[in-house]
Unconditional design. Structure first.
Ligand SMILES: [Zn+2]
Length: 234
């Protein structure tokens, strides 16, 4: 079971199965693919300051790419139905992360009671703007996109035992909503992730993080809607 889920993660990384043989995704070089992790890449393995810096900038690129992919997915659905007045809804598929269903539901509840300009909603795989997956990965948990609009959050078994699992899930979901990592922040910041250590169990975004998400979804979605409407008019 775990093995097949790991294989899905490999597919999501845009690597071809051919040539990988039976290798698990953990066999890939940790810095090879940009990931928006729960802990800084530099704290996971010994790295020079320079490669740690480039890993961090690759991570923030991955954050932006994921957020853009989700924005585009939501905007394209709204463009098909321009008269929609309902709140902006981001649909997720949690069927491939059954171990974490309670944490995912709690994360959804936290975000939906924290921000007003976007709503998370559980749905089927075909309707989903992104998905949750689970498995074992030496890089821990992360948010990732293949660059073609199919983003997913990977929840790592071991990291979710070491750190508060609801905080990990809500943090990674923060990336979907557009927030970058800020590992040096305090425990009261959700996006400080694993920075404050495993004793930090706060799973709630602070006021700054809330207002940033609200702003991102007003401004970001407007731009993505323009693009989606242009595309559908062609
Ligand atoms: Zn992160």
């Amino acid at each position: 079971m775990r093995k097949s889920l790991s294989s899905l993660a490999v597919l999501g990384l845009g690597l071809t199965m051919a040539g990988l043989g039976t290798a698990a995704p953990a066999a890939a070089s940790p810095a090879a693919e940009p990931h928006a992790g729960f802990v800084a890449e530099s704290s996971q393995s010994a790295q020079s300051a320079q490669s740690a810096q480039s890993a961090r900038s690759a991570e923030s690129d991955a954050n932006r790419a994921f957020f853009q992919a989700v924005l585009e997915s939501v905007a394209e659905k709204r463009a098909e139905n321009p008269s929609a007045t309902a709140a902006v809804t981001v649909v997720y598929d949690a069927s491939r992360a059954p171990t974490f269903s309670a944490q995912i539901a709690r994360s959804t509840q936290i975000w939906n009671s924290s921000v007003s300009n976007v709503r998370l909603q559980s749905g089927s795989a075909s309707a989903a703007d992104f998905s949750y997956r689970e498995g074992n990965d030496s890089r821990g948990s992360y948010a990732s996109t293949d660059g073609h609009g199919s983003g997913y959050i990977f929840l790592d078994y071991r990291q979710n035992q070491q750190y508060d699992s609801t905080r990990v899930t809500a943090h990674e979901t923060g990336h979907v909503l557009g927030l970058p990592d800020h590992y040096s922040g305090p425990c009261s910041e959700l996006m400080s992730g694993g920075g404050p250590g495993p004793s930090c169990t706060n799973a709630i975004p602070n006021a700054t993080e809330r207002s940033r998400v609200n702003r991102l979804w007003v401004n970001g979605l407007a731009a993505a809607m323009d693009k989606a409407l242009e595309k559908s008019a062609r």
